[in-house]
Design a protein around this ligand. Structure first.
Ligand SMILES: *Cc1c(COP(=O)(O)O)cnc(C)c1O
Length: 381
């Protein structure tokens, strides 16, 4: 494609499709058998931009949001208020819990902490306004939360009441590997936790969990990556939300036997035509997606042709081998032509996998140097 107006001074152009985000939200809702799908919008909504993602999700009907940090909770609440949604109608949960020195933020922005230790419950109870809270029970991931086999001893019913806890949650360690035995164990442990706190609503599923058995569903789900088009489970076919396109700076020849880029790690075996793209690892495109072992790297898409990256991905530049694209096809694209790094043609999950990582890391590392465009109905409102 050619670069849109407003992006003239940029090398990498990120387009976030808010309608695709809303469709992914609705698709998850139709798969889910519990009461409600919340949205995890931590890390700037997985790099897509919390300020745009929250109103788009709210317009799609979402009323429960999860962030990692109180500061992120402030952003979520501010966007909800700006969208005209009353504080009482939308919940913002802080997964990392209660930060006593930021206590005023919880009050001012109506944030609900996810409490994961007896001390934290006590600190919250001593301070709390009338906002409710969530109890985090660890059923096997061993990060945050009170161990499932010690809740009777550590969390008396009176503590739940005094802390205003109305939801109990736990988190899967291996839901993206459906056959992993830990999934079944966590589902059973969480069922026992629910039985111990019959008055509380329950939340267990992240994105991948929604595609495990319905028994895992409970009342509220907390998907993140699936909303943003990342793979979480073999059955979770979500729409891409972010498209990354890099401007082509120049198309140039290289002679057979010459190397390309830093380290000279890739050598042309034939007369080659290169397209040099104005994006690199400083934009968040992974260096490991380029040539590492002398072979070609990941593919990019130019003028509807998939072509390989050759040589290392450097800070600002990427070289692609466009020898096999007919010159007419390139010329037909006109000036300002771009290469798709990932999006509708090149699956972000494939790029991440080839670079030895996951779409979560690729999305959350997209840099502020890139131009960001938002498309979709929600954006126009
Ligand atoms: C990040 C996070 C999620 C979302 O996980 P995805 O795999 O992105 O769906 C849900 N719950 C907790 C506790 C998390 O930390």
């Amino acid at each position: 494609m050619t670069t849109p107006a407003g992006t003239e001074g940029f090398g990498l152009i990120l387009t976030v499709d808010l309608d695709a985000l809303a469709r992914n939200y609705r698709a998850l809702c139709s798969r889910f058998t519990g009461r409600q799908i919340g949205a995890v919008v931590k890390a700037d909504a997985y790099g897509t931009g919390i300020d745009k993602a929250v109103p788009a999700l709210a317009a799609a009907g979402c009323r429960t949001f999860f962030v990692a940090l109180p500061r992120e909770g402030v952003s979520a609440r501010e966007r909800l208020r700006a969208a005209g949604i009353a504080d009482a109608d939308a919940h913002v949960h802080v997964l990392d819990g209660f930060f006593p020195r930021a206590s005023e933020l919880y009050r001012t922005f109506r944030l609900r902490p996810v409490l994961g230790s007896p001390d934290e419950i006590a600190r919250w109870t001593a301070w709390r306004s009338n906002e409710n809270a969530t109890l985090h029970v660890d059923t096997g991931i061993n990060r945050l939360g009170i161990r499932w086999d010690r809740i009777d001893e550590l969390v008396p019913a009176s503590a739940i009441k005094d802390a205003g806890v109305d939801l109990v949650m736990s988190h899967f360690a291996c839901a993206d590997t459906p056959d992993h035995p830990l999934n079944e164990a966590q589902i059973e442990r969480f069922a026992a936790v629910r039985a111990a706190f019959p008055g509380l609503a329950g939340s267990l599923c992240n994105s991948a969990g929604i595609f495990l058995s319905d028994e895992a569903h409970h009342d509220l789900a907390r998907p993140g990556i699936a909303l943003y088009g990342g793979a979480s489970h073999p059955d979770a076919k979500m729409e891409p939300v972010v498209t990354a396109e890099a401007r082509i700076l120049v198309v140039r020849p290289v002679k057979a036997g010459e190397s390309v880029g830093y380290g000279g790690v890739w050598t042309a075996q034939r007369e080659t035509t290169l397209a040099i793209l104005a994006a690199g690892y400083a934009d968040g495109y992974l260096r490991a997606a380029g040539t590492i072992d002398g072979e070609t790297g990941r593919q990019v898409s130019i003028a509807e042709h998939r072509v390989p990256i050759v040589g290392r991905v450097s800070m600002d530049l990427i070289a692609a081998d466009v020898t096999d694209i007919p010159v007419a096809a390139l010329e037909a694209e006109g000036p300002n032509i771009c290469a798709e790094l990932f999006g509708p043609t090149i699956d972000i999950n494939d790029v991440a996998e080839a670079a030895g990582t996951i779409a979560y890391e690729l999305l959350t590392n997209l840099s502020r140097r890139a131009a960001r465009l938002y498309i979709g109905e929600t954006e126009k409102n």
